[in-house]
Design a protein around this ligand. Sequence first.
Ligand code: HEC
Ligand code: HEC
Ligand code: HEC
Ligand code: HEC
Ligand code: HEC
Length: 461
Amino acid sequence: MKNIVMGIIFVYLLTFSAQAQEKGPFFPSRATTETGWLKKSRGKVLNSDSFSDPETCKKCHEDQYNQWAGSMHSNAWIDPLFQAAYQMASKDTDGVTDKFCAGCHSPIGVVSGEIPPADGSKLSEIGKKGIQCGFCHTLSGTTGIGNGAYVSSPGGGWVGGPFSDAVENSAHENEFSELFTKSELCGACHSVTNPLNNMPIERTYEEWRDSPYNTGDPKTTVHCQHCHMSQRPGMPGTGAVPIVLNPGKAATMGEVPTRKHIFTHYFVGGNAAVPGLLGSDTHSKLAVERLQNSARVEIEAPEKVSPGELAVVKVTVFNSGAGHKLPTGFPEGRQIWLDVTATDASGDTIYSSGALDKGNNVDPEAKIYRVEFVDKDGKHTLKLWFATTIVNDNRILPKGHDETRYFLQIPKDVKGPITFQAKLRYQSAAQDVANFLLGPNAPKIPAIDMEDEKVTINVGS
Ligand code: HEC
Ligand code: HEC
Ligand code: HEC
Ligand code: HEC
Ligand code: HEC
């Protein structure tokens, strides 16, 4: 009952408070096609057959295909965490969120009119393949940042891409498009706002826009593509390591030149859990490599302490690798935390903070970097569609840092020396979030060690 009432309020507000966002053909998603309401593109009536299946691109672009397959872009619709939240939102709001969420998670489903219904019963096979070759490479522009503000223009036998001198081929016409070389392409989706009350849900694009990586000078600006589309095994492509170019050929067929850099298509973030669940070991491993090149941890401790003393140890976490906050995106689910322990020479733990309990949940007293939302009644909520206010956001800014002080009561009978260890750990979803979405059969979300530092503290009198 309560959900129905909330749903009606949501529908009402969405209908009558359109000030939040201009209404387009797929409202509340901001997606458009070239001719908007008519759902036509390049003169043709648009449906899901207007998009080429990734398998057809694979014939000539094997590397791009193999890298993309198994990525979170390819999983965006089938992702079990997304599906659980999506079905819940659809029920709670009587379907109002159907086009909104899918505008980013199954864009072909939305622009071709196969969504709603949210259960996917009308969705074509191609619509289930998430964010794919034929969708991205037929984007003709954007109408702004966020909530799916892209212009989809398939069906003309063309592809847009970064080359102004692409070699002619039998499959498609090539069109140079500057958009592909810039963060604004990604910004169409990597910024999520509740269309009802304007509450920011995800701000990855804006976090990057306001960061030192966006210098304003085209020669030195580091775009999303530079980090995320240079990664491959052994080359994590983060701000903490040099970005290594990937020379090669863009197509396996045709007389094509060797180019200085072929952009990789793994599209890896921090999510090691879902690619692992859905069977892509490669993407899971790449996520771990990325996370292990994202941050730096420094410990400042006294060289020597006395038994019975209250010692202070300072731990600083630097966001050295991410071009946005650490962590970013789905920030009410993702978490990064400090797991610290102090152990004396006889192996006794004299201090601990941030351990995982038997249920795989982090010690709530720990330093946890994340975002927390409340609903209109001030109650903590994981339902982002009901969230109205952010009550906590302590994530670390790009190239920024954060300090935590730990107070250690040194036992009188301590056996020196003491080892102080600080691990920085990551979960793409807190276990309670996964349990909330997936119920009793939720898998155990892996905790990934991003950093692991130790110092020795001597004991004197
Ligand atoms: C999320 C959007 C997106 C998806 C999905 C995507 N691409 Fe790309 N692709 C890009 C961008 C962006 C670039 C250019 C990056 C730059 O120049 O900064 C690119 C570049 C390319 C290029 C030029 C050569 C290169 O790799 O640098 C080819 C070919 C290509 N993509 C093919 C594909 C194929 C095939 C698929 C599906 C298997 C695919 N793309 C999926 C965004 C995408
Ligand atoms: C018959 C082979 C073939 C097929 C099939 C094919 N391509 Fe291409 N594609 C090429 C060749 C050849 C180039 C030129 C590469 C170069 O100049 O280095 C190219 C270039 C591209 C570029 C770069 C264009 C630019 O101007 O920057 C993109 C993007 C691209 N293809 C995407 C796709 C997508 C998406 C599909 C599937 C819908 C696809 N291709 C199917 C052969 C093919
Ligand atoms: C059509 C909307 C759309 C566009 C355009 C788009 N993305 Fe995404 N991207 C998504 C969605 C949705 C997900 C999350 C899927 C999920 O987790 O279920 C995602 C996931 C990702 C991830 C993996 C996140 C993780 O936690 O591991 C990375 C990295 C990423 N995108 C980078 C990019 C970059 C770089 C670009 C631009 C070249 C881009 N995306 C363009 C919608 C988009
Ligand atoms: C300087 C390199 C760099 C740039 C630039 C950059 N990223 Fe990232 N990105 C990272 C690193 C490192 C991580 C892994 C740490 C993390 O999860 O935040 C990451 C993680 C992500 C994730 C997964 C979020 C999570 O917390 O699991 C997404 C999505 C993403 N980036 C998208 C983008 C988009 C979109 C842009 C451009 C607006 C961008 N990134 C720019 C380095 C970069
Ligand atoms: C404007 C585009 C956009 C819209 C609209 C959107 N999402 Fe997402 N969603 C994303 C992106 C991008 C990510 C990946 C974030 C990251 O990793 O940083 C994501 C991630 C998620 C995740 C985490 C998945 C995982 O495997 O960890 C869930 C759950 C999710 N979205 C649910 C929803 C629901 C439910 C809605 C509608 C109420 C929605 N999203 C609307 C872009 C969008």
